[in-house]
Design a protein. Structure first.
Length: 624
């Protein structure tokens, strides 16, 4: 998606007339939503500088200009793009990352990381050349048109307030491999940037390069579970960008520091669904193993681990090695202090207090993990607590980190890599479910396919159709139907019945429902889908979530008797009704938010409560 698109001549005229920031803002508001004043000021300032660069007769008036281009399948946008052809009539795209920085600090011991003033304070961020290069790489990876049409991409970064003559931090030798890939230009380098543009843009955009890229076929996003084997063998499948890279480099440095000085450290990485928590976690595991550190990947939920095992079956790794590498969160009740160099805890919000099948082993999973490792990193999302036993929280991690005298760092992942890169969908859904108020109460970008389906059978057929291509669409449901014990291994025994619709829950004899060939014939639940992703999901919302005409309400009594996620809620209700209702409301809403964010391309829902069905339809209608 492109926010602003014009020819060079049109762009320069708009800058001259003083209307460019208004033009960008109007389209930005229409396509994405409201913009902060700081961003509007940055448009005003940076576009003046770009205008000065482009006012040159050798840069064709009919070359294309794009501002705020959204990179496919992400929420990231490229500041400024120029399109045209070079001397050989090759379609060319110049990608310019614009920065208003006037100073920065070199950061040693971390790859491609610098310090500068951002968001009201000095913070670590990625080097501008690294950012421009990774953005170009993402377009090459995800846009098939770029490859098929042999379109060449040339990234660079322009820091129009930065004087490299007096501040050489960004041009230090440690960043050379990145500014060789994406040249860096400062306030004294306007003519050099102009020459860079003129080298690749000799004639105008006569072949509709911008249109072809913006409307080009998007290559399917790689799924972590499908890339795991290659990653363990040293292949790179994911480019970590912006705050992902910052979190990853911080984790690597803390791990190495703890290995060298034996001081305990804890890193908390907060992020919502699709922000790349698991990608960072697995990359971290692979790279630390290659550094010969004793590192393990830990989850409470067994579904991701089982899928990983299955995907790695037949690889060069033995099953015993893999079983030792991917551990359950209750595996450390008897571990010695600092027995491991690194424990990487994914889905840390799912950690329990006690371990074991009956919850009678150990003292506290968070405490045991910190005790067992020199460096512990916890990836967490407060809105994915989905059972009464889920104990993991940032506050509890900090309490036990302090008990062990750990050095503690905390970072947050913001950018969206699932839900077709729609940050707005995540915020909109959180608001619509009344989990918390967000800035996206009135909508989200239209790239994500969200629909309300009027019939459960129609939902089933839609998911079956989507599944034909790559076996990557699944039906999911809230836990409102009992799991029939006698038929738990027979998909002909239908647990879920809604009118003339009926299907079985996921079978009990498979640990890999998410990737099994025929499992589209079964309905998955929170326990078999959390931590995993699909192309499309169809979510059946049961009677445990309804709309009363004013607000979304929840009813724990509508949960199935066989549901273990709210085990103990009735006892709590007798002791403290208000607390029980609040906890149950949080868990039920979190469950549906989690289910409704498993789809990378789309989510379709059917609600048993017709008032809730109408509520979602009204919210969707407001988007258009």
């Amino acid at each position: 998606m492109i926010v602003y698109e014009a020819t060079k001549e049109e762009f320069c005229n708009s800058v001259l007339l003083g209307s460019i920031s208004d033009e960008i803002y109007d389209v930005y508001k229409e396509k994405i939503g409201k913009s902060a004043k700081a961003q509007i000021r940055s448009w005003e300032n940076s576009m003046e500088f770009m205008n000065k660069i482009l006012v040159d007769s050798e840069i064709p008036d009919d070359c294309g200009v794009a501002i705020e281009f959204t990179i496919p399948t992400t929420s990231k946008r490229i500041d400024f793009i120029l399109t045209g052809q070079d001397d050989n009539k090759t379609d060319s795209v110049v990608i310019i990352e614009l920065k208003q920085w006037d100073s920065a600090e070199k950061v040693t011991g971390k790859d491609a990381i610098v310090k500068t003033f951002l968001g009201g304070g000095v913070r670590e961020t990625t080097h501008p050349s690294y950012q421009a290069w990774t953005y170009a790489s993402l377009i090459e990876n995800f846009n098939e048109t770029v490859e098929e049409d042999a379109i060449e991409l040339y990234p660079c970064a322009y820091l129009h307030n930065y004087d490299f003559k007096h501040d050489e931090a960004l041009t230090d030798e440690i960043y050379k491999k990145y500014y060789d890939l994406a040249p860096l230009y400062g306030k004294r380098d306007a003519l050099k940037l102009r020459q860079f543009i003129k080298k690749y843009i000799k004639t105008g955009d006569s072949t509709d390069i911008l249109y072809r890229i913006d409307n080009g076929k998007i290559r399917p996003s790689k799924k972590l579970q499908d890339c795991l084997r290659g990653m363990l063998e040293g292949n790179r499948f994911f480019y970590m960008i912006d705050e992902q890279k910052v979190a990853y480099e911080l984790a690597v440095k803390m791990a190495r520091d703890s290995y060298c000085d034996d001081k305990k450290r804890v890193l908390i990485v907060e992020g919502g669904p699709g922000t790349g928590k698991s990608v960072v976690a697995i990359n971290l595991l692979v790279d630390l193993i290659n550094d010969e550190l004793n590192a393990l990947y830990v989850t409470k939920n067994s579904a991701p681990r089982n899928v990983f095992f299955e995907k790695l079956r037949g690889s060069n790794y033995t099953q015993s090695y893999l079983k030792a590498l991917f551990k359950g969160s209750g595996s450390f009740t008897k571990s010695n202090e600092n027995e491991f160099d690194v424990l990487i805890v994914d889905e840390a919000h799912r950690l329990n207090e006690k371990s074991g099948l009956f919850g009678n082993l150990g003292e506290n999973q968070i405490k045991e993990i910190i005790n067992a490792s020199k460096f512990s990193v916890f990836f967490i999302d407060k809105h994915q607590k989905v059972t009464l036993k889920d104990y993991g929280s940032i506050s509890e991690i900090k309490i036990f980190a302090q008990e062990f005298d750990c050095e503690v760092e905390q970072v947050k992942l913001e950018s969206q890599f699932r839900c077709n890169g729609s940050d707005g969908y995540l915020s909109w859904l959180t608001d619509v479910l009344e989990i918390e108020d967000t800035a996206n109460y009135d909508g989200f970008e239209f790239d994500y396919d969200f629909r309300v389906i009027d019939d459960a059978n129609e939902l089933k057929e839609l998911i079956f159709e989507k599944n034909k291509e790559k076996n990557n669409a699944r039906l999911l449901a809230g836990y409102c139907w009992n799991w029939i014990k006698e038929g738990k291994n027979d998909s002909n025994v239908h647990d879920i019945e809604i009118g003339d619709f009926s299907m079985s829950w996921n079978l009990g004899n498979s640990d890999t429902w998410a990737i099994d060939e025929d499992s589209v014939n079964e309905v998955g639940c929170i326990h078999t889908s959390q931590g995993l992703e699909f192309d499309y999901v169809g979510v059946i919302i049961g009677e445990d979530m309804q709309f009363d005409g004013e607000h979304i309400i929840t009813d724990f009594n509508s949960r199935a008797r066989t549901d273990q996620s709210l085990k103990g809620i009735k006892k709590l209700y007798k002791e403290n009704p208000d607390e029980a209702l609040e906890v149950a409301d949080e868990i039920i809403k979190n469950t549906y938010r989690t289910l409704m964010t498993r789809g990378m391309k789309g989510c379709f829902i059917y609600c048993e409560d017709m008032a809730l069905q109408s509520y979602f339809k009204e919210k969707i209608e407001k988007l258009f």
